[in-house]
Design a protein around this ligand. Sequence first.
Ligand code: FES
Length: 435
Amino acid sequence: MPVRSEQAHSALVIDDAATQDFRVHRSVLVDPAILERERRAVFDVCWLYAGHESEIPQPGDFRTRSVAGRPILFSRDSQGRARVFLNTCRHRGATVCRESQGNARLYFCFYHGWSYNRDGELVGVPGADAYPAGFDKKAHGLAEPPRTESYRGFVFVNFDASAMPLDEYLAGAKEYIDLVLDQSPSGEMEIIRGTQDYDIKANWKLLVENSFDDYHLLTTHKTWLDYLRKSGVEMKPPEQGHLLPTHGVGKALGNGHAVIDNVNFRGRPVARWIPIYGEQAKPEIERLRAELVARLGEARAARVADTNRNLVIFPNLVINDGSSVTVRTFHPVSADLMRVRAWALGPRDETPAARAVRLDSFLTFYGPGGFATPDDVEALEAVQAGISATWREVPWSVMTRGIAKPGEQLNTDELHLRAFWKQWDRLMNGARPGP
Ligand code: FES
């Protein structure tokens, strides 16, 4: 049932430094009218992840998916460039490519048979002689989003022609993408074949919060922590003031991007062995560590191997670089339903032994039957159900952890969550990304 937008014209986020108050109005998680505003104020002006270049290595390779409600064709053209087209026929609008992935010489529209080449040009029109003399095939190629740009293999689109360049938009997030990519000897990473697709009956912003909210780790993921402990993974008692057996901080990176940056205790296939990987994996992980040190020096190698990070690129791209690397994006279907798509990322030149450890870690924690995802989905759906039923009586969520603390903010504080919500609120009030 539609929710009346009682908050539509008043504050949805209260950010009061004087009283150290930070609250988010719960209507933003349930109100379809707010979702419609978000589609214009957030999704139509921000850089949105379309795909990774490694998914389409050869000319003609393609993937179809939906970005901000638009069907897109993410493909490699005849010149070897990664392109994004709107997957809608220039004749009367049918979806042109209806396969999820493949390689095509031509894209045929099944409705009346118009066809497009790998460069999106209209090359075939059945009964073309019935069109007037001025009909120009060149003017009827597949349309592209106003902007498509990439950063180190990650391809983004923007539906705002006047958006700031992607490089500028990414701001401090680039440092963390670089850190992820440094684990590859060639600096190149690839999406590993296979995709996790699932829906969560919750508002999309709840997954943003959850993706880098370490406050829930001890309780929601107790089973996983117990499994690590029982498997012989060393876990030190939390330092003074910490909740978790690791030192971790939360940081805002500009433009709403933010990260938690933790000392690793849970293993890294790239260079940090834990008993769960098995004795047979040890020599390969030691070799990887030596390669990192030789290539990057002791300090940078330690930064890459001995820390992990959960990065949110505003509004809806998550890169979790821990016991595996997960790339995850998600889009709202309705105010209380999101569609999630996730992939594993690994060094292009990884050995089969290292790849096996990586994929096992990926499935163990983030897989649909792993330790994390089912529990997170359960938590998010519980939040959505509770808020949907009670938001009028209990209208605010509190987000003040760490707000009174000078200096360093921990991974279990909420500075990084507040960074997301501040940017969301700015945009919803008419601002554009940028300083
Ligand atoms: S809608 Fe595609 S050919 Fe008519």
